[in-house]
Design a protein. Sequence first.
Lengths: 418, 1147
Amino acid sequence: MIHSLFLVNSSGDIFLEKHWKSVVSRSVCDYFFEAQERASEPENVAPVIPTPHHYLISVYRHKIFFVAVIQSEVPPLFVIEFLHRVVDTFQDYFGVCSEAAVKDNVVVVYELLEEMLDNGFPLATESNILKELIKPPTILRTVVNTITGSTNVGEQLPTGQLSVVPWRRTGVKYTNNEAYFDVVEEIDAIIDKSGSTVTAEIQGVVDASVKLTGMPDLTLSFVNPRLLDDVSFHPCVRFKRWEAERILSFIPPDGNFRLLSYHVSSQNLVAIPVYVKHSISFREGSSLGHFEITIGPKQTMGKAVEGVLVTSQMPKAVLNMNLTCTQGAYTFDPVTKMLSWDVGKINPQKLPSLKGSMSLQTGASKPDENPTINIQCKIQQLALSGLKVNRLDMYGEKYKPFKGIKYMTKAGKFQVRT
Amino acid sequence: MKPIQRLFQLPVTAVNLVKNAQTPEEAKSPVLSPDGGQQTWYNALQSDELRLLRTPDQETPLDETAASSSQTQPLRHDDLKEMLDSNKDSLKLEAMKRIVAMIARGKNASDLFPAVVKNVACKNIEVKKLVYVYLVRYAEEQQDLALLSISTFQRGLKDPNQLIRASALRVLSSIRVTIIVPIMMLAIKEAASDMSPYVRKTAAHAIPKLYSLDPDQKDQLIEVIEKLLADKTTLVAGSVVMAFEEVCPERIDLIHKNYRKLCNLLIDVEEWGQVVIINMLTRYARTQFLNPNHNESLLEESAEKAFYGSDEEETEEKDEKEEVAALAKRKPYVMDPDHRLLLRNTKPLLQSRNAAVVMAVAQLYFHLAPKAEVGVIAKAQVRLMRSHSEVQYVVLQNVATMSIKRRGMFEPYLKSFYIRSTDPTQIKVLKLEVLTNLANETNISTILREFQTYIKSMDKDFVAASIQAIGRCATNIGEVRDTCLNGLVQLLSNRDELVVAESVVVIKKLLQMQPAQHSDIIKHMAKLTDNIQVPMARASILWLIGEYCEHVPKIAPDVLRKMAKSFTNEEDIVKLQIINLAAKLYLTNSKQTKLLTQYVLNLAKYDQNYDIRDRARFIRQLIVPTEKSGVLSKYAKKLFLALKPAPVFESPFKDRDHFQLGSLSHLLNAKATGYQELPAWPGMAPDPSVRNVEVKEAVPEWTKCSSREKRKEKVEKPFYSDSEGESGPTESADSESELPSEMESGGGSESEEGGSGSGSEESDEGSESGKEKKKKPEKIKVRKTLPESAESELSGEEEKRKRKERKASSESSSEEEEESSSESSSSESESEEESESEPETKKKKKISLSKPVPKQPKKEISLLDLDDFIPTPSPQVTPINNIVSNSLATDLQGLSLTDSALSPTMISPSFSSVKTYELLHRITGEGLAVEYCFSRQPYSLDPHMVAVQIQFSNNTDTEAKSLRIQEPKLMSGMRMQEFPEIEVLAPGETVTVVMGIDFCDSTQAANFQLCTQTRKFYVSIQPPVGELMMPVFMSENEFKKEQEQLIKLSMGHLMGMNEINEKLTMGEKCQSDHAIVQRVTSAANLSRVPCGSDREYRFAAKTVASGSLVLVTVVTKEGMAAQLTVNCEKMVIGTMLVKDILQALSQ
């Protein structure tokens, strides 16, 4: 399956290579570099590139290309999904998955890759098992290791691989037993010029951070599970139980994991948390354009809208922008033509606005496209779909865990067309 | 043994080789000596170590530069070598870490091989692991030296710890050294029969490694694969199928026996394995099953026929051959139960978090499912689109292909494909493709509105694609063609050349398709020449006018006139087209344009641009006949005005679905190396029995009559589906409602049982519906086979008796309904006597079955036998079964004797013959035959349990000892009260015991092991829904009150939750009141409620476990029609009960 893996940074250097079968020369990446050059943006590099003898399947994350070399037919998603899993694991281990982090931890990276694939076929991809095999580096451990010469490879044999719940490590012990759940919803929407919703849907996840001793068996129930239109589960969730009772019953992995992701369909009416009033105009023959946007809360159930960030890709003809904002700070990059306005928290009494003029290339005709406005924001303590966790019960263990639940709504791909 | 000998020889030569290369100390290397080697080795190293201690500063200069120049100056690695040779683990580790870092950077570290390989047996785990990494990387290049490490791994293969065995095998098989192929082969074979599934998994992983190293081993490897395929653990399944796919994907025959098992294990296999298995099974299914969409149109018709024909069918069914013949005549498509099994077991995986798994299921459904069911995959695919852009890219490619074939599937999700300005271009283009495929008359206006905004995007490639998309919509949907054309014409005035060019191209294509409407638009475009300044657009318009000058004979010369006027000021590209236009006009309309053409050509002759001068000269020669001009001028018209083929607007994704979706080949639209074609559906289904698994310990019941069942099922299926269609909600593939799923299930059910001895899936009460499914065909089967004495010869005598009794009962019932119970009891005692008088049964215990005897409400006679050991806890219960036991032993086990207790309040004892089910066939049981029946008696020890009477008969010549139950595997909530162990069962003897099972009001099977002293049999007991209840007495008024109550209750939820109505046609033999009552009560353990009307029959019962009321009403109407109503809080029970009663009555 996966023959080799190359890690390529944005400037086109291969800074790590790993082969699971016989060695593939790194010159195979030349095909990739070609594609990289052709693409205007790194995101536009085709994920699958055929070459005469191999196929290159790549993912781009954290400014690193993970290029897998394939020799024969394999479902592309299989490879892509695996590569993303690799990235997630690195992130889990090193906090960030940057080029520097990979270089600093090259041995751990290598050990991880060795365990994750056998002969190109995924072997251990569960983070709990991997952590049993290879301990994540911490500052303390690094110091201790250098002094004592002890290792970050687990001394214990990874029995987790053999268990019926391969996602959970054995012998977990905590003094404080806690289980926290975050319900995070992202709203994806397209708002058209006049302010009406073209499409809106909610994508939600329930992320868990479970630190419980032993082998707890948890059940999580929702007040209104019917809201969930389409769900996908962590493998620990008992599917049959969900089908029958709409209850999440599972033996959780240890630590952080994504329990469930769900989708609330666009068929339901989706509340739009913010609105934008905009007036962006270019005048024919004039080198000045008018720019004004105001942002305000719409349907927020009385909660404050925070962390608002407005970005917009301006047309090429815009040379510079001269704006003033009532709140926050804005930047305009004349090279990339990216306008970004960090608003912060919206005060409903005094709506933040940004206005001023744009200077255009003289002589050039007025751009016929209007920029779209992308909005990011956060609303704490609110799940926009109205999803509510009913209760969490634990079976199988004696102690009483501390339980917590947090709701949050974020703007996902929230776009306003102008 | 030969490989082993070779193995011992190998290292010796290897050592010799090393001797030459290494220092004398290393030559002494005892790595290969089997034991005690380590110590001497470290002694030998001492001098090195000392050297290291003396020169500690040597370590410091080692850094990247030193390492990078390794190839030219191999000596620079000396320090690393020294560190490796030291006996300090920390130094070794440090060295190994640097070496691995070198490897990671792609630097050559091969010269360190001898130094590294010595550490293969190092005690430090991390050093060891890193040495493995090194070894696997360089072994291929240094084969001889690599052999030094082999013995370590061989030792590891024998380790008592499974994880060490596995890791040794893993590294051993990863070393690509051809000379050790025999060793690897041996190791794999051994590991394939290892106790630990984890080691077996590793063995499966090793198979493709060995295969790629030496393809000649294929045959032997296939044997190993075959063996591992039979493995029952989820851990192995994914890996071995992967090996199968890499080594012998063509050997589809290996899958037959494992097919059902794989289907059943699938949900518990790890996610990567799931992908591989699903993809393989898709191919498998394509070779084994019939196309479910083949005769779609015929399906409805034939299903109907089947329904009407079912009456005869059922009566005929004694004669199997006849039935088959009838089937062959009709030939409706009936899905193979195994096909259904696959579809059903993969469906939950659409909920996987792993995009590859979801995609695999989606492609499976796309390629294998009936059209009506494919829809379920759309939602999951749309969900995947939220994922990383790479995932989105692949998913969209597949959606694009699917949306061509099955547009309706994605239509509801149209808006999810709307494009955001932040999407990468490749995603935008794919989304456009999907939107275009989804466009139809109803949604085209919204789609076009969307497209309009896209055209204003800053991403010009995307704009061009949008314009093309508009063009395609216009060609596909006639209604909007004009709107699109107008819109496109407006785009011609766009400032962006790309947009204009694209619009013109698209307009041109559209025009070429509808010659009739040309002139208007061309006229319009001609007018645009005054305003449009973009040269590309002007040129394009001129081309169009030239091409279709015959359609605009008046305008074309005028355009040329204007152009001639402004010729000198035009851009080059426009000038060229002016010349072109002139030439074409000259050829078609030389009268009007001769002078103009000459003028233009003259202007062009002196143009600054040599291209234009050349063109003018060329054209002049071609079109203007002169004495010198060659033969070409004759063909000028043909050259210029040849009919240009209209470009086709075709989706690039058309016909891509001949590649298996989700595959690399599909994505690239080209066959990738190693791609396995998706076979076409077979015309005739291959023999399905190849998938039958020989019974060893599996449930015998199933295998025994599988082929027969299957045939019957074929008859049944359409029957169900039709009746379903009449009564229930419309059958839709994605509806989760119980009814359709139940119906679908009919097919796969027995195979499900048969396939899994483990029965590990179906974990929870959640699978109730699944259970129901299972239930159905089985029960029917039993019902059918029973009168035919399908039972084994063993029960022959019983059978005889039963028949006799049945006769008796029918006699008694035919006499008069209001017959006294005393009479009935006498008939019972008669039968008892009869049975006792039977000569051949001396010690054998017999079951005599009593008849349903309608009893008069007024006469309250208790028939409770005093000999009964079991006190009847509830007076509302009607015991049905009379069990006569002459054996003391069985009595002691709490077996009830003739106990025909009738509570005084009972009105009608309700039962007919008790159905006996086979638990263990005497062949599979090696002489031990076990049957069970539901005695319909309350279980004394626990009122919530259903009493199951089990009869053991020993057909061997030896004693069977200590028969008992072990390891019951019950769904949560279910409980089981085992029968006391039967110590000895003499040859030829039969013994009956009673056990209790609390089924929790579900029809899930209770799985357990039946053990004798020597053997274990996996068996399961599954209750028909009718046996999950206890009769209850009530008056008509009470009945009505309860019924109302139930309906009221249901108002809060969904209407019809607690009430299920069904119309039916009574079977021919169901004319008399008595027959109706008897059939209903035999289908379920109900008691009759007295009723004023003689057209109504009422029955009542309570479920055993939860005590929920079950109320049944049958109202007969004109002719054979009747209406059946079941009220029950438990919807599942109600639904199933309706079916059962329906079945009973319409027979």
